[in-house]
Design a protein around this ligand. Structure first.
Ligand code: HXC
Length: 257
């Protein structure tokens, strides 16, 4: 594994996965996501593991999908690459996953945290869906999960302005479980995972499945709809302009086509 670190026994029956592309703020390129999928699949099959903690580092959980990898892509390139098959497999992990978030959780990074079952955040955590600023929109569940978690008005504001939400606000609005001082966020997540790991793994699996069922049928449809529109963004000049502007460190000039 090049971009993640896996400790299958960080605590008793608790595995720890660390996203490990620090220089790029853990930008989620295709290889990293493939490694994450493979690691979760292995841990899901490992009887010694009963809960998983997923973390990044203090500065960033993940600053989103890798813009440099996506910048030159067409809608059809994106469709054929089918990166969301990987996300779907991650979503189907049977064991409980707790995200331990510090620093940036943006775009795909926020979506990855929301794909987990619970979120513990440090007081420095910032959640956001800033894709609109680079001429696209969330593509890995953001429009669906954020809306369900914090309601339409706030989700709309975040998705349409790209504004970030602090950990304190995220806790108030029910996006995360709790916020703790930065030196404690990983420990708190590991402790929560240990508590879950003491329960019956069978009951935990069935309970997770049932909680997810509360909204999953509609979620499938919502994710499908979101995905089509995300691909469609790659047919616009604004996507190319927005992503080039990010890479060239300048302001984008959107033309609306
Ligand atoms: C590729 C990224 C990146 C990203 C940061 N970097 N985010 N590279 N993709 N998403 C790189 C920068 O280019 C830079 O590398 C290095 O990480 C450090 O970032 P800086 O920008 O210098 O740091 P800072 O000034 O502190 O700003 C932090 C930041 C900013 C606010 C998080 O990096 C930022 O706005 N990042 C993009 C956030 C974003 O738009 N995410 C959504 C992506 S789209 P160099 O080599 O230049 O120094 C998305 C769609 C998901 O997620 C759809 C499905 C998967």
């Amino acid at each position: 594994m090049e971009f993640i670190l896996v400790d299958p026994q960080a605590r008793q029956h608790v595995a720890l996965i660390r996203l490990n592309r620090p220089k790029e703020l853990n930008a989620l390129n295709l290889q990293l996501m493939g490694e994450l999928r493979d690691a979760l699949r292995q841990l899901d099959e490992d009887e010694q593991v009963r809960a998983v903690v997923l973390t990044g580092n203090e500065r960033a959980f993940a600053a989103g999908a890798d813009i440099k990898q996506m910048a030159g892509k067409t809608a059809i390139d994106m469709l054929l690459a089918d990166q969301f098959a990987t996300w779907d497999q991650i979503r189907k992990t049977r064991k409980p996953i707790i995200a331990a978030v510090s620093g940036f959780a943006l775009g795909g990074g926020c979506e990855l945290a929301m794909t987990c079952d619970m979120i513990i955040a440090s007081e420095t955590a910032l959640f956001g869906q800033p894709e609109i600023k680079i001429g696209v929109m969330p593509g890995a569940g953001g429009t669906q999960r954020l809306t369900r978690a914090i309601g339409k008005a706030k989700a709309m504001e975040m998705v349409l302005t790209g504004r970030f939400m602090t950990a304190a606000e995220a806790e108030k609005r029910g996006l995360i479980n709790r916020v703790v001082p930065v030196e404690l966020y990983l420990e708190e997540a590991l402790k929560l995972a240990e508590e879950v790991a003491q329960m019956s793994p069978v009951a935990a699996r069935l309970a997770k499945e049932a909680v997810n069922r509360a909204f999953e049928t509609q979620l499938d449809e919502g994710l499908h709809f979101e995905r089509k529109n995300f691909y469609l963004c790659f047919a616009s000049d604004d996507q190319a302009e927005g992503m080039s502007a990010f890479i060239e460190k300048r302001k984008p000039r959107f033309k609306g086509r």
